[in-house]
Design a protein around this ligand. Structure first.
Ligand code: MGD
Ligand code: MGD
Ligand code: SF4
Ligand code: MO
Length: 859
């Protein structure tokens, strides 16, 4: 064992500290950093599995142009030359950057500086547009600054926590565990979950409001009315108008609008009114809406009007999704911000120009994500540099995104992974450093800046994202302004800009960190901003008149609405063990165990209506596109609504991509798409067969076969299904390879094949009319070590483990690989609580992410 490197988890916005230890087998052991104030040593399953994501398989390691590997010098020269040619001919607005909340602050700062400061256009936007741009609008309208007025500690001091549009149990697991613990310690603290679905987060809820999708604003506008705030006439800007609108939103009207019981709405309102301290945590169920900004303000309004803000245990808390979504907001990476909490105002433009030494500062906002890709499609933007995001999967209306990229003369993609849906359209590919190799800072939901530190050398020719930006900038002629050698220099510059002519007028000020030495930067402990030498009032209004604003909000329903042809509303979001487009989690066996293919959650009433059975396949279609998913019939869903995960894409499935269905309808203020509501129809799909295939080599699927990639060590492994019998396809695969086929087919009920070559297993295929039950681990193992006895080979052909090994069932606890069947057996054997299950099987005793599922099984 050698030294320990302290770093920060690269997944969600909780921003947990991790410790990395090299093991004797040259692997790395990841554990929670007990000193880190975000997690105090805890990690969720994704963080705990980070050590399994460090391999180089599938990594992009060398620069490429048009598929040809080039030296960096040549690739940079050529790319800069092409960019310059486009700028010369069509002007700076013909180029754009599309960045990401997964870049480090230093990378983000460099990209923003190049585009807005030197190329001279506002055209840098980010995937955060799809994520928290509504939240930014909400805060800015209310406080005059994008300032999150809460911390995690507040959760431990509050009397009421409202989680609205947040499935924190899966999306912010360590924060959820802190909340769980707080509730255990103070059971009088109430928890309310507002979500059309019953999610794992509801596990600790005293009240769950399964409201009509998109109707949330009414709950908060009605609450404002219920509070009847006795305010001096001049307390807030906009208060008369806000209170006037709210006056119409009576209990009955709200309950009706939200399709909730009046009594439940009243409970929520009474709890809020009576609580001395209350917090509202909100995420994508609020932000990803065509009226998301207004919803954010409806939430902030009730905190302002009741004084539950700006003190311990209080406040409207927008949780950030990505590890550095907040860092992107700080540097100004959204197209409608200039830099460092400055806007496109003449004074700000001049100030940034002085600081950067540039006369080319962009004077107007650039294109926001959805608009940007539309402009590419129209040929107005002719070059786009995509860094750290996979828009072909994550933007709505993906077929239009594909058409746009296919037409775009210059698509530069900086990536850690070689093949993504987006990189298929790349003219230029730049290999980026991944987590473990990168060095810099990130900021979490509670404004806490932490260091990510490298503990691995750069593989191949991968380079830091900031370095690529700086190299291109230098070749475009901006040598002076981009001569950094180390992220420490960029951080110092960024910190200095934050304090430059600030004097308390801008919330974001970390000028106290501008003079850190390299060693101090390397040793930087997690710190919440502002950090200034003079001290800085942490929370106030930054509006010029010093007042907060109550925004008048008229509740609105989603633009998407069900009709005869498309009678269901499709909701989308996260699952526990996958990260976004799966590039970093989809190949980790233990993270793929929890959910092997996209599940469509559907209420039993709708399942019956559409003839859908649990675990059966369904085709889902909207006016824009379609996908195939597996049904999960569940009372957790409201009738009329279905839910599908956002993660699957063309690397992991044929037709698994939710955003091929979602339309690009956006909030008018934030430009954030309405990703949570789409009108769809579903149709049961009864394939001729469904099954699993395992092989030593890559498999080329016939066009008519649907497939879902699995992560099994050492083999290619897919779930698959099709209409026509599988035998012809399998025989074609085997043809000419000299394989001996061992088959079993029971009366046309099932068809199993093992392909052998000199006693070595080449392929195993199992299919039936319904999903066959396969002992996956045993099949995978047979590729490494073929079964020795005829009886065991026979069992393998039947999809069974050798001898009498029991099958564990679907994995519930990913940390210890504990399956559902093992848990059910233990319950049948007398285990009555999560604690007893933990003692017997260890499940739920590490990260705790599976506890809600253990409880469900116990029930
Ligand atoms: N495991 C995992 N964790 C992640 C991520 C990941 O990919 N995987 N991504 C990270 C990122 S970038 C983000 S932004 C966060 C997102 O974190 P969350 O926002 O918590 O996650 P989602 O699953 O997108 O959506 C949350 C909930 O909104 C609900 N919802 C849908 N429509 C409505 C509505 O009209 N009203 C209300 N009240 N609720 C509604 C959905 O049913 C869903 O349960 O997660 C972060 N954490
Ligand atoms: N329907 C629907 N759509 C959604 C959502 C939803 O809930 N429903 N959620 C939206 C939200 S909140 C978000 S945040 C987006 C997320 O969507 P994306 O940002 O598109 O998803 P990621 O898979 O995180 O993409 C990050 C990419 O960057 C690469 N990468 C990782 N690290 C680095 C690095 O250090 N440098 C570089 N250059 N590349 C790197 C990864 O391999 C990956 O390809 O999806 C949005 N889309
Ligand atoms: S909660 Fe999990 S994914 Fe989020 S930062 Fe912590 S360990 Fe990483
Ligand atoms: Mo996000």
């Amino acid at each position: 064992m050698t030294n320990v490197v302290r770093s920060t988890c690269p997944y969600c916005g909780v921003g947990c500290g991790v410790e990395v230890r090299q093991t004797e087998s040259r692997g790395f052991e990841i554990s929670g950093d007990k000193q880190h104030p975000a997690n105090f040593g805890r990690l969720c399953v994704k963080g705990a599995a980070l050590g399994e994501t460090l391999g180089l398989e599938g990594r992009l390691l060398y620069p490429e142009i048009n598929g040809e590997r080039l030296e960096w010098e040549a690739a940079l020269d050529e790319t800069a030359h092409r960019l310059q040619a486009i700028i010369d001919e069509f002007g700076p607005k013909a180029v754009a950057f599309y960045a990401s909340g997964q870049l480090l602050t230093e990378d983000y700062y460099a990209a923003n500086k190049l585009m807005k400061g030197f190329i001279g256009a506002g055209n840098i936007d980010t995937n955060s547009r799809l994520c928290m741009s509504s939240a930014v609008v909400g805060y800015k309208r209310a406080f005059g600054a994008d300032f999150v007025p809460c911390s995690y500690e507040d959760l431990e001091q509050t009397d009421l926590v409202i989680l609205v549009g947040s499935n924190a149990a899966w999306a912010h697991p360590v924060l959820y565990q802190r909340l769980m613990q707080a509730k255990q310690q103070r059971p009088q603290m109430k928890v309310v979950v507002i979500d059309p679905r019953r999610t794992a987060t509801c596990d600790i809820a005293d009240l769950h409001l399964a409201l009509r999708p998109g109707s949330d604003a009414a709950l908060f506008v009605g609450l404002l009315n219920h509070l009847q705030p006795s305010l001096a006439e001049t307390t807030f800007d906009g208060q008369t108008a806000a209170l006037d609108i709210a006056a119409d939103w009576t209990l009955e009207k709200c309950a009706d609008f939200c399709q909730l019981e009046s009594a439940d709405v009243q409970t929520l309102w009474q709890w809020f009114a009576q609580a001395n301290r209350a917090m509202t945590l909100y995420t994508m169920g609020i932000n990803q809406s065509s009226s998301g900004s207004d919803k954010c303000n409806a939430i902030i309004n009730v905190h302002l009007a009741s004084g539950k803000i700006g003190r311990e245990g209080c406040g409207p808390f927008s949780l950030t999704g990505q590890p550095n979504a907040m860092g992107g907001r700080e540097v100004g990476g959204l197209a409608n911000q200039l830099a460092c909490h400055m806007n496109f105002e003449p004074a700000d433009i001049a100030r940034v120009g002085r600081f950067w030494g540039s006369e080319r500062i962009a004077e107007t906002p650039g294109l926001m994500a959805v608009e940007l890709f539309e402009a590419i499609g129209r040929g107005e933007v002719k070059a786009v540099w995509i860094m750290g995001t996979n828009p072909l999967v994550s933007l709505p209306d993906s077929s239009h995104v594909a058409q746009a990229l296919a037409k775009c003369p210059l698509v530069i993609v900086s990536e850690v992974v070689s093949d993504t849906d987006t990189s298929r359209f790349a003219t230029v590919k730049f290999p980026a450093l991944a987590w473990g190799e990168k060095n810099g800072t990130v900021t979490n939901s509670e404004r806490r800046i932490s260091r990510q530190r490298a503990f691995l050398p750069a593989p191949g020719e991968a380079r830091a994202d900031w370095w690529m930006v700086a190299q291109i900038a230098q070749r475009l002629g901006y040598r002076e302004a981009f001569h950094w050698q180390h992220p420490h220099q960029i951080f110092s510059e960024h910190a200095a800009l934050s304090g430059y002519e600030n004097n308390g007028i801008r919330a974001f000020d970390i000028s106290g960190l501008a003079n850190l030495s390299r060693a101090q930067y390397d040793a930087l402990e997690p710190v919440r901003w502002p950090v200034t030498e003079q001290g800085h009032s942490p929370f106030k209004s930054w509006h010029p008149n010093g007042k907060f604003q109550l925004l008048p909000v008229e509740p609105a329903l989603p633009q998407a609405s069900a009709d005869h042809t498309y009678p269901l509303i499709l909701n989308s979001g996260r699952i526990r063990d996958q990260w976004h487009t799966m590039t970093r989690t989809g190949n980790v066996p233990r993270l793929m165990q929890h959910m092997k293919m996209p599940l469509l959650e559907i209420h039993p009433r709708d399942a019956k209506r559409y003839g859908v059975t649990n675990s059966g396949l369904v085709r889902v279609a909207s006016r824009s596109g379609g996908m195939v998913a597996k049904a999960w019939v569940s009372e957790n869903q409201l009738p009329g609504n279905v839910f599908v995960p956002m993660h699957w894409n063309q690397q992991f499935a044929r037709k698994g991509q939710i955003n091929s269905l979602v339309k690009s309808v956006c909030d008018p203020h934030s430009g954030q798409p309405e990703s949570k509501q789409t009108a769809v129809r579903i149709q049961r799909w009864q394939p001729g067969w469904c099954g699993e295939i395992f092989a030593r080599e890559d498999i080329v699927f016939a066009q008519e076969i649907q497939w879902w990639k699995q992560a099994s060590p050492g083999v290619t492994h897919f779930l698959c299904a099709a209409d026509t019998h599988a035998s012809a396809w399998i025989e074609a695969l085997a043809a000419g390879r000299g394989w001996q086929l061992q088959t079993a087919c029971g009366d046309g009920q099932f068809y199993h094949v093992l392909a052998w070559q000199n006693g070595v297993l080449q392929l195993a295929f199992y299919s039936a009319h319904v999903w066959p039950e396969i002992a996956t681990a045993a099949v995978v193992n047979a590729f490494e070590q073929a079964p020795e006895t005829a009886a065991d080979r026979h069992r393998l052909l039947a999809g069974k483990a050798p001898g009498a090994q029991a099958d564990a069932g679907a994995t519930v606890c990913s940390c210890f690989g504990v399956g559902e069947k093992m848990i059910l057996a233990a319950i049948a054997g007398g285990c009555q609580s999560v604690a007893q299950l933990g003692e017997k099987l260890r499940c739920g005793t590490n990260c705790g992410s599976c506890i809600p599922e253990l409880k469900a099984l116990l029930k």
